[in-house]
Write a protein that binds this ligand. Structure first.
Ligand SMILES: [Zn+2]
Length: 519
């Protein structure tokens, strides 16, 4: 089947310009391999002329086999008044030994004159010379026309002349770039259509998200005749980021209904998005369209009721089409349907007629009134439902605990003691920690390990404290949310108390209990 829209990934180059994003060579190789396995047409590895780390990336990438993606090196047109064969940066591009080379050049006369300080003619020669030279060396050349839309709006004929210079020199693609990210979809569509009418070379679109229209602008370009779209995974990039490929890809496939990535890959989109965040050490954004954990979550009782009956009534697509899933949020808006769906999601056999449902609902409402919150604490919620449904004994009880802190010279030392009862046996453990919660966690786990060795695998991944306004006007309450993992599953638990240590212990105890009760 012919691909109607080619996807060009620049996460490793444009995306790495984003605040807080810093990839090592090993990170870049892992991401490139993952993108290749997913089935994206081009992977831009970096800018060898500007970055020694990128030179090393290309040296290592040379030795790897990519099954699907074609690797691209990124560079600029030759410097002014320098023969292209004498340009150091162009030489480094050839040395990267990639099948594809992407060259950025100037479209906007303002930039040519004021930034480059070159003549209009010299800029055209720089574009033509560089593209032709790379073509003569056997490269597949993509020409990225910087500031296409700003340049065209100022001097349309000159902008067109720069694109034609790239076309005449043999570029495979002329990619129109909204470099400053400030144009509107109708402008993108109009100018792309005009370029399409005047060029025979295929057209691509590269947009930025400065006014929140990166994806909309890319789609406008595609609808006006572009057949390649450039962007980054999760929208990484300078300022507010690049056009987000994790939105563009499903929009092209499911909304424009054009072929782009292999159909089987679409269901792995969320996985790809999470993988790249993990390598970048960025917390996954729950509000990301399509792939965020909240993208298909339902809160209001009526919504949930309807989704239960016909998913289509409140969902624009089936979440599994992009590898995501439907989640139900619990809140004091919650009706019976929310609880039933959430309980089913957690693995309980329950329906609208289960007699215990009423007491579960009443208990949740009561606890929410006290300041508990279950949206991010499904571990605590599961324990609460289980207690009412099954009347089970807790696997352990904390009989007593003690936390102390002292300062020893420059160092502060925190110590916790926990006494735990399991059946008729008691364990008593002391541990030190970086802070009271860390010390309590170590002591509790130490005591439990004697009965349940598998708690050793559990560790805390996040700890959040929120001070709640007290309705009674006395001491303010503290809500503690912790996130735990055993390596294969993550769960959240919650504790609420006037005392932050007590609230933390509740959340810790729930976390351990949850791991012991799950199968
Ligand atoms: Zn860019």
């Amino acid at each position: 089947m012919k691909t109607e829209v080619e996807i060009y990934d620049t996460t490793l180059r444009d995306g790495s310009q984003g605040e807080g994003i810093n990839f090592s060579v090993a990170d870049k190789l892992r991401i490139a391999e993952r993108i290749d396995a997913f089935g994206i047409h081009y992977v831009e590895g970096g800018f060898p002329g500007a970055n020694p780390k990128d030179i090393e990336f290309f040296q290592q990438a040379k030795r790897r086999k990519f099954k699907f993606s074609r690797l691209a090196a990124f560079g600029a047109t030759r410097r002014k008044h320098v023969a292209v064969e004498d340009d150091e940066q162009v030489r480094l591009l050839l040395e990267a030994e990639t099948p594809v080379v992407t060259i950025v050049g100037k479209t906007w006369l303002l930039h040519v004159r004021e930034v480059l300080r070159a003549t209009a003619e010299e800029n055209l020669a720089m574009i033509g010379d560089t593209v032709r030279y790379l073509k003569d060396h056997g490269k597949y050349v993509i020409y990225d026309a910087e500031h296409s839309f700003d340049g065209f709006s100022d001097e349309p004929e000159y902008a067109m002349a720069t694109w034609q210079a790239a076309e005449k020199a043999g570029a495979e693609f002329v990619v129109l770039c909204d470099t400053n990210g400030g144009r509107l979809p109708n402008e993108i569509a109009r100018i792309t259509a005009l370029a399409r009418g005047r060029l025979n070379t295929r057209i691509g679109i590269h947009t930025h998200d400065d006014i929140g229209l990166g994806v909309a602008n890319a789609l406008a370009g595609l609808e006006a005749g572009a057949v390649q779209v450039q962007g980054t995974i999760n929208g990484y990039g300078e300022r507010t980021g690049n056009c987000n490929l994790t939105s563009v890809i499903p929009n092209v496939a499911l909304k424009l209904k054009k072929t782009c990535v292999p159909p089987a890959s679409l269901a792995k989109l969320k996985e790809l998005s999470q993988f790249v965040d993990e390598i970048a050490n960025v917390r996954h954004n729950p509000r990301l369209p399509w792939v965020g954990s909240a993208a298909f979550s339902h809160k209001g009782g009526q919504h949930v009721n309807a989704v239960q009956k016909i998913a289509r009534s409140y969902e624009h697509v089936d979440p599994s089409s992009v590898g995501n899933k439907r989640t139900v949020l619990i809140s004091d808006l919650a009706g019976k349907s929310n609880i039933v769906m959430k309980a089913q999601e957690l693995g309980f056999k329950i329906n609208n007629d289960t007699p215990e449902l009423k007491s579960i609902l009443a208990r949740i409402k009561d606890l929410e009134h006290q300041g508990y919150e279950y949206e991010a604490a499904e571990g605590s919620l599961a324990l609460l439902i289980r207690k009412i449904l099954k009347h089970q004994e807790a696997p352990f009880n904390v009989v007593a605990y003690h936390v102390s802190m002292r300062r020893d010279g420059m160092e502060s030392v925190v110590e916790a003691t926990v006494k735990v009862r399991v059946g008729d046996k008691v364990a008593h453990t002391v541990a030190e920690g970086d802070g009271p919660v860390n010390a309590l966690d170590s002591a509790l786990r130490g005591a439990l390990t004697q009965f349940y060795p598998r708690v050793r695998k559990v560790r805390l991944t996040d700890y959040k404290v929120r001070i709640l306004d007290s309705a009674t006007g006395t001491a303010a309450k503290t809500r503690v949310l912790i996130q735990s993992t055993d390596g294969s599953q993550e769960w959240g638990t919650v504790g609420v108390n006037d005392n932050i240590i007590e609230a933390s212990l509740q959340a810790l105890v729930d976390s351990m209990e949850f791991t012991l009760l799950k199968k």
